[in-house]
Design a protein around this ligand. Sequence first.
Ligand code: SF4
Length: 365
Amino acid sequence: MFNKTNKKINILGKTREELYDFFIKIGEEKFRAEQIMKWIYKRYCDDVSLMTDFSKNLKNKLKNIIKIDHLDIESENISQDGTIKWVLKINDQNIETVYIPEINRATLCISSQIGCALNCKFCATSYQGFNRNLNSYEIISQIWYAMKIINDRNNFKLKKITNIVMMGMGEPLLNLKNLVPAIKIILDNYGFGLSKRRITISTAGISPVIKKLGKLIDVKLAISLHAPNDIIRNKIMPINKKYNIKSILLSAKKYISTSKANKGKISIEYIMLNEINDKTEHAYQLINCLKNIPCKINLIPWNPFPYVKYKCSNFNKINNFYKILIKHGITTTIRKQRGIDIKAACGQLSGNVINRINKRNIINF
Ligand code: SF4
């Protein structure tokens, strides 16, 4: 890991195993990896000279070969409902991360890519185009910074982050290479130390990668289904033409069959779009398409952003849809709209993406 070009290694975003290897390679004891992780992830320290359990010699040695680099915050917006949106700077682009406090917990919604290539018609991120995958240090930076801010502002009584959802900008399963190490750090007791039941990967449904994921990591899985049949889904989520509803649900069913994090149920996300997917017949089609799938459904009122033709379903339609699902024994919730006044609600994240890459190169991985 340490290269001879004298380029400093960024320790943020390296897993414990990678750090063990690193410390052994530089002639130090393996346990130094655990010590440095505690400083970074428990005390939010990014300065080796403050790490009091390292000798002066070791500090000097480390200062010459490592750095603890993180993204910086470009701006912060606080909603009337307590939601906070942070815009993080990556050179001339930026990504968005959202903190959502509730009564007994606080969730951090993080991004996995700069932009998104999947082109879902109801999503603000897709209109920004796609630039590149975030690397693991950029994924971890979002959590590190948010936790540090909350820790530093404890006089404001901000709730500690208890849950992480990969529902921000990007399709996480198209960035597995960087996502898996990041999740290992989130789960690691020397890292952020969160439980697997408190981490959710939300995917538009990249079937082959869902299958691969089960061999790599066990966290909660949410499928952004958003349509009760392939005809509607093809129109609003073009990725469905490559991986249809049946293939996605089969892969997801297989994933949860070996998962402890999901407690035997897949979360299905269903955005409510007026006259598109919210009719009574759609509720029955959805029940039919999920009939052999152990799941719970989260109905999400669509959050507006400029230049698109969609409208959110009204309260009566959402309620009618909800009642039909409940009557058929499906656990269903209606998501509360949060952070809408600061454009931090579900589907509203856009960041600033300089689109340099042909989207087709990304989807045909
Ligand atoms: S909904 Fe998710 S997968 Fe679809 S374009 Fe938006 S960020 Fe990408």
